[in-house]
Design a protein around this ligand. Sequence first.
Ligand code: HEM
Length: 524
Amino acid sequence: MSLDFKLLFFPNLVQQPISTLHAALAVLFVVTCFFWLSPGGLAWALAKSVGGTVIPGPSGLPLLGLLRVFMGETPHRVLAKLAQTFRANKLMGFSVGLTRFVISSDPATAKEILGSPDFADRPVKESAYELLFHRAMGFAPYGEYWRNLRRISSTHLFCQKRLTGFEGFRRSVGLNMVKDFKSMMGEKGHVEVKKVLHFGSLNNVMMMVFGKCYEFLNGDDGNGVMLEELVSEGYELLGVFNWNDHFPVLGWMDLQAVRRRCRCLASKVNVFVGKIIEDHRVKRISGEYVAGETVGDFVDVLLDLEKENKLTDSDMIAVLWEMIFRGTDTVAILLEWVLARMVLHPDMQAKAQGEIDEVVGSRPVLDIDIPNLPYLQCIVKEALRLHPPGPLLSWARLAIRDVFIGDKLVPAGTTAMVNMWAITHNEDVWPEPDVFKPERFMEMERDVNIIGCDLRLAPFGAGRRVCPGKSMGLATVHLWFAQLLQGFQWVPCEEKPVDLSECLKLSMEMKSPLICKAVPRVVA
Ligand code: HEM
């Protein structure tokens, strides 16, 4: 730009270059550098510091922090690498916009976080709030309401009596899946595993929760199709990275339309689930259901306790709807990984089938057979280790107050995560961590308890907010896996080799859904 030109258009700029603009730019530069270069980035630089040693961590991009990590497909892998680079396995701090995070990739520290009442809250994402999930168990603030829901569900939904009571239905869903795989194989010469598992799992949860099951593949009165649309839309909205959660200034613009879509979905869900609740009320009036005498579903349980626990209709809708989201995909996705491993490791598949043939023979598999199938259980454990459905333990925790982890101060309001994937892939914790080796659980690691006591492998989380559906999830995966192994030889499809790439959405899915052949087996 020539001097004449500057003089013509910006006379003031040329006359007072240093005093104002340059000084302002210099201040901006220094401030940006200060925030940017602070360990953990902007949100940590803005946190009040009251003591404790600095938590190491990457500053990320100016203003954005580690935003790009969460927009990618495998944030658990990137965060694991960063923790190594910054020697911050125990605790790493980072920012995404104005949200302050800590993450642990170390079993002992993870235990401290998950077990502490100071981390018993969850950060509520905008999508969860708009879908009314703050009234459901998973997102309800730690307190009386949450405790009440947890008590009701552990006494009435996740109790052993109900688990046993629903075995027959669980088994019939497994047998239907066998039928679906057979007919798909006949039609196409291969099977699309995810589709069948997803619908089977959805119906299983729908039956337990709503006492209803639906026809998805062949279409019924349209309700199955509508339910599937509502569930898919909910998964997408809960799984999407929402800028509004981390950049409050952008919130009102709702650039990704998450809020608008959530509100629209919430009103459809209210009508759909509201109708199911109404139908249950009608059955009570007509005497078809009598409390204490008829075996009901979870809607009946909530209606029985409605007055005593002061649950409104929208509370019930939130609680019921959340179960569908938590219970469906975790189970289907885990089983898809397990079957992918069977296709890749025919020797292990044959060993597990030998075990089933010996213990069960050709009669249908039952829940009571599972304790006698230790190798099959080890395969599931190993799949949970290598492919945990929630590598960052699904939904994070929130520090309720300022709390020390070792000598590091984590201020109230910080989002805390555990990188379970990093722990289960750390060679200091697991020998040959990348090798799929179910035998490890028959030998050295025979006693590893996966339901939250041993943080070397805690795919269901731990502490007060540990997954309440863990026994139900495991019982379902074990039974269906046994039924599918008894029924078929799982072999690769030449045109579609198994691809173990991951993609973290609401859960960690196979990026390329498993397509293979299911060849019927004949058991003597
Ligand atoms: C393979 C199956 C499953 C896996 C891997 C899994 C994993 C998890 C994880 C990691 C958490 C967070 C725990 C924490 O913060 O410490 C969680 C919470 C939860 N899960 Fe599961 N889950 C599974 C099945 C189920 C099923 C079948 C249901 C119910 C039908 C369910 C309902 C819930 C609920 C309601 C919560 C929230 C609990 C709370 O915040 O108090 N999950 N799950």
